[in-house]
Design a protein around this ligand. Structure first.
Ligand code: ZN
Length: 292
């Protein structure tokens, strides 16, 4: 049972979504957990997923360093190759398609801003040109050097991993333009060679969309999912856009759901939060009293 306060907030969130001309979805790691993706927040969760990395005593931050492509390329590609294979076969949970349905029906459409590199929004049918992947994407590659400015689709690459030793098998993905290794176009820790132009172009399209909304005095609903305060980029974006566009922030997070006065914080996981809000929004729109 939910208390009355949570019930009221859910209704407010549903009303804000129904009243909005456009939908912005901002998402952090919590969005993927409900599709069964591993939780890398906290070293213990990370080590449960990668026992070999646990034996080496490396944290996620230490492992997610471009230096490994030089120092131990077979380990580096085991780490990223395993994730690439995992994300390719993951089926996005239902929350994705429900948000896509709502966003597509809005006159101003939708945009997605995410720190996730897993490509799950695109897998769920979201348009590639309506996305900002602020930390890049595992489904795109670049040169480790980098010798050129090129970023290419990883679609044609397969990475095979020897499970017992957690080493990627030859041939490892190579640069298209030189003999160097390729690496995912993901912004890593201490990363000076990440090519940012794909993400920059996404940011420009996003800024253009926001400008259009501001000029037409559109009303925006921002629904933020599973974005923690440890890496605050996503949370900042949710708050920043509402400084120039009127609308509501709906922050869905099991723990860190505090919001400014007038905004809406809900203590749910991503899939459950979306389901509850969408059910409530549909009931309100259809004039059905959910208590009937
Ligand atoms: Zn190269």
């Amino acid at each position: 049972m939910m208390d009355k306060d949570a019930d009221d907030k859910l209704r407010q969130a549903a009303e804000a979504i129904n009243a909005a001309d456009a939908l912005l979805i901002t998402a952090g790691a919590g969005m993927g957990v409900d599709s069964g993706l591993p939780d890398f927040r906290g070293t213990q969760g990370f080590w449960r997923t990668y026992p070999v990395i646990a034996k080496l005593g490396l944290s996620f931050e230490e492992m997610a360093s471009p230096a490994w492509f030089k120092e131990n390329p077979h380990l580096a590609w085991a780490f990223y190759g395993h994730r690439l294979n995992l994300y390719r076969k993951t089926v996005p949970h239902q929350g994705f398609s429900r948000l896509l349905e709502i966003g597509s029906a809005k006159p101003g459409g939708y945009f997605v801003f995410t720190s996730n590199v897993d490509g799950q929004f695109q897998r769920a049918g979201f348009a590639a040109e309506r996305m900002v992947e602020c930390h890049g994407s595992i489904h795109h590659l670049q040169c480790t050097a980098p010798c050129a400015d090129e970023i290419w689709d990883a679609e044609s690459e397969t990475v095979n991993i020897e499970e017992s030793t957690f080493r990627a098998l030859e041939p490892l993905p190579r640069c298209r333009n030189c003999p160097a290794l390729a690496r995912p176009n993901i912004l890593m820790f201490g990363d000076w060679s990440w090519l940012g132009h794909r993400t920059d172009a996404q940011q420009q399209r996003f800024a253009g969309w926001l400008n259009g909304l501001a000029k037409s005095s559109a009303k925006l609903a921002v629904i933020e999912l599973g974005a923690g305060s440890a890496i605050p980029t996503v949370r900042h974006t949710s708050e920043r856009v509402l400084q120039s566009i009127r609308g509501a922030l709906i922050r869905i997070n099991p723990q860190e759901n505090s919001v400014a006065v007038g905004q809406i914080g809900l203590p749910f996981g991503a899939a459950e939060g979306i389901r509850r809000i969408c059910d409530c929004a549909e009931n309100l729109a259809g004039g059905v009293n959910p208590r009937d």
